[in-house]
Design a protein around this ligand. Structure first.
Ligand SMILES: *Cc1c(COP(=O)(O)O)cnc(C)c1O
Length: 381
């Protein structure tokens, strides 16, 4: 049989299937007790006082920014080396994303570049904990405090990561997680806002559900007459109980998922150490990486182009990936104008994501490394 190694895959078994079946049998599949249980699991795990489930990271973060008053005329500083959704959520509020360059070792926003990007319109910084490692929040929060800016955290891929002994989700700012199929845990699609801000959490619950003062489930359960008010403009960003039930099961597996990802990442580090064509990821002291993505730099010793590597590995059944950057996408080039972010642009050309998933076997990983050696070294002989 031909080897097929995907970039990642979710860790599902019969428990998710049974949890789904139970929700279906219960007769109530829209937001209800399972979502509440999933929210409590994420709040307990991260240590954040409140967790509000939504349909995606994008809607969770839109809610947080919208409720904090980010809107037209405002600017929000963010790294360009991130998923385009990070910039889109900012733009959806009407605010203007302002892209800055990254730190080449951590793949995260370079905190020194925030201050030069600040204008009288700057309202917030969106820190991204990219590929599963926290951004340097002490440095980012210090700049934000000096300039009176809101901070938001994009933890779409960083569930389980920690920074200076604290879990991402409880580092201080409103934080968004994603449960898309390629993230640490998945509910198909889905998201969660975590915060210690009681008012933000309460309003997020209202705005995610059409602006109504009484939850869907409370209405469903009510016996007799129930008065509800629509107190502000709302949307439908509700996670369903079908997703909530899967999320509860996925949270139980989170420690296993993280330890497998971290063990496999350490094994990649070891196996790739003697390959001068690649530089393995750097994790500074005080950081715990969730390794949603294992990303390597291609060093100047690597003479094969990223595109050729992607093609040659794919031909051997190994799914590697390149990273997109935001500021060169046609939509943002038009909106923000031409920008030069040299490290970000180099990372787009010279970084490679390797397959990684909790159920990956050592044989599969050996095959990935052997394929990479063949393609990177063999290709130049
Ligand atoms: C996946 C991802 C998002 C978007 O998450 P959705 O749940 O699809 O909205 C945002 N930011 C980062 C860094 C991501 O990787």
């Amino acid at each position: 049989m031909k080897t097929e190694i995907p970039i990642t895959r979710p860790l599902f078994d019969d428990r998710e299937i049974e949890a789904l079946a139970q929700v279906i049998r219960s007769g109530w599949v829209t937001q209800g007790p399972k979502v509440a249980e999933f929210e409590k699991a994420v709040s307990d795990y991260t240590g954040a006082r409140y967790a509000v489930a939504t349909t995606s990271w994008s809607t969770a973060m839109f809610l947080a920014m919208h409720i904090k008053g980010i809107g037209p005329g405002d600017e929000v500083i963010l790294p360009s080396f991130t998923c385009v959704a990070t910039a889109n959520a900012i733009r959806a509020t009407g605010a203007m994303p302002v892209f800055v360059d990254m730190d080449r070792r951590t793949f995260n926003l370079d905190p020194n570049l925030i201050e030069p990007a600040i204008t009288p319109r700057t309202k917030a910084v969106m820190a991204v904990h990219y590929y599963g490692m926290a951004a340097d929040m002490d440095a980012i929060n210090a700049v934000a405090r000096r300039h009176n800016l809101w901070v938001f955290e994009d933890a779409a891929v960083a569930l389980g990561a920690s920074y200076q002994g604290k879990k991402v989700g409880n580092l201080g700012a409103p934080t968004g997680f994603s449960f898309h199929g390629r993230k640490i845990i998945t509910t198909g699609d889905g998201g969660m806002l975590t915060t210690n801000d009681e008012e933000l959490a309460a309003r997020a619950r209202i705005v995610r559900s059409h602006g109504v003062s009484v939850s869907d489930f409370a209405r469903h359960q009510a016996k007799g007459a129930l008065i509800q008010d629509y107190v502000e403009l709302g949307y439908n960003f509700r996670m369903t109980d079908l997703q909530g039930a899967v999320g509860v099961e996925q949270m139980k597996k989170l420690p296993l998922i993280l330890s497998r990802r971290q063990a496999l990442a350490a094994r990649y580090d070891e196996m790739l150490a003697e390959m001068p064509e690649v530089e393995t990821p750097y994790v500074p002291p005080g950081y715990e990486h969730s390794y949603q993505t294992y990303l390597v730099w291609l060093t100047p010793k690597c003479r094969v182009s990223l595109e050729d590597i992607l093609k040659a590995t794919a031909a051997r059944g190994v799914s590697c990936r390149h990273s997109i950057i935001c500021h060169t996408q046609p939509f943002y080039r038009k909106l923000c104008g031409e920008l030069r972010l040299p490290v970000t642009e180099e990372a787009a050309r010279r970084t490679l994501a390797l397959p990684l998933y909790p159920q990956m076997t050592e044989e599969e990983q050996n095959y990935v490394v052997a394929t990479l050696k063949d393609v990177l070294v063999g290709g130049t002989r």
